[in-house]
Design a protein around this ligand. Sequence first.
Ligand code: BES
Ligand code: MN
Ligand code: ZN
Length: 497
Amino acid sequence: MLHDLIVKTAALPVKATGALVIYVAEDAEPTGGAAAVWQATGLDWTKLAAASNFKGKQGQMLDLLAPPNVEAQRLLVLGSGKPSNGSSPSAWADRGGSLASKLMGLKVTRAAVLLDDDAATPERVGELAAGLTLRHYRFDRYKSAKKDDTDNSLAVTLHIASRAAADKAIADRMAVANGQILARDLVHEPPNVLGTTEFMERASELTELGLEVEVLDGAAMEELGMGALLAVAQGSDRPPYLVIMSWKGGKDGDAPLAFVGKGVVFDTGGISLKQGAGMEDMKGDMGGAAAVIGLMQALATRKAAVNAIGVIGLVENMPSSNAYRPGDILKAMSGTTIEVVNTDAEGRLVLADALWYTQGRFKPRAMINLATLTGAIGVALGNDHAGLFSNNDDLAGKLLAAGLATGEKVWRMPLGPAYDKLIESRFADIKNSGGRPAGSITAAQFLLRFVNDVPWAHLDIAGVALGSPQTETNGAWASGFGVTLLDRLVRDNYEGK
Ligand code: BES
Ligand code: MN
Ligand code: ZN
């Protein structure tokens, strides 16, 4: 692999082969182990910091090659900013991401990082390890390796005060990072490789972690009356599936949390065909389903004390002589009739049946869906926030808080009966698109028609899941948005409760 990363922990003292990394806070001098390292060099801190204009600000770096009396090729002094504004989980993940980016930029392949001060709690070191891994990630499995290719591998040893507690916290947090990486991998996979069947098989592999996985095929969905989801699938030779994953880590009989994902493995728009430019991005139209799989893997790997259901609707939206058409009237599982006015508004049709099925069968305590649902959400919020729509203020508040803690931020958007007017149909109960005005809201309002009184939230991740939303912890095209956010939601609000 071009991009292997090894992160391990070790006790003090520090022995470095490549780079030795120490942190210094804003307007401060090296302290603790960093002070000892610095003292060994015999260099004058005040003079060097002044000469290089190093203030210890977050992101600042002082790179000393061949430092005297230190067993390392280089000593990297990194600014950690003000201690007060860097205590959230996302700040530590960002610190790890920034570190990875610096090491990669310098083409350092081996580093030892000194993290011995009191602020470096086991949880925070876990965040740093996750951020490091997430930033180092690249999807390069289809690149032929050449002899003269640069070595992108990286081995980092985190030297921490207490290993026992940190190893557990790191493993726990890395389970989530690896779930996010699974989501990224699935979003990146080309659509010729990852069809509905292959996607379903990837989900089925989760049984190895103790999850139960159930697959409904087209015939089973026909039986259930899922006319909305099936209509989207009918233009493709690839069969539709509804995959149900359950993790039972909570008390027997406790109502589960339900996570529902849009899994359109490729969205051509169907008969309402999309334009050619950029259509390749629509391989990522299963980003919601990918996040659900990644989350379920994370919960199972870290053995979360919660009952959780993951449901994904897998279809491909293609034009063909058998494709559904504008003008078609569909009957959803709920009995609602839907006039199709645009076959490119297919995600809401898939979710309509998936949501109805999930709430009816599992009676969840809360139901959250993720979907790359509308281009309009990217127009409204760019790639800094996902759109949040909810029928429940308490659930919305929990998601907003989880967003701030993890850096996977969400911004609440309105719902309301006024928007129902835009999706009224002349011939059926509703139509599947309200046109350009309030495009993301009418899509959410459409979903709401398939939700009863369960606390529900819809995350429109079209602006944040794909198209290189670059952050401190993401340098890739697909971000894997949602896994870390929802893991945090579970941890902070539902686990063991
Ligand atoms: N999958 C798209 C939305 C999308 C756009 C996701 C860009 C990721 C990046 C969705 O199925 C779609 O085509 N939505 C239409 C809705 C319209 C026809 C009402 C859109 O956004 O244009
Ligand atoms: Mn579409
Ligand atoms: Zn779509």
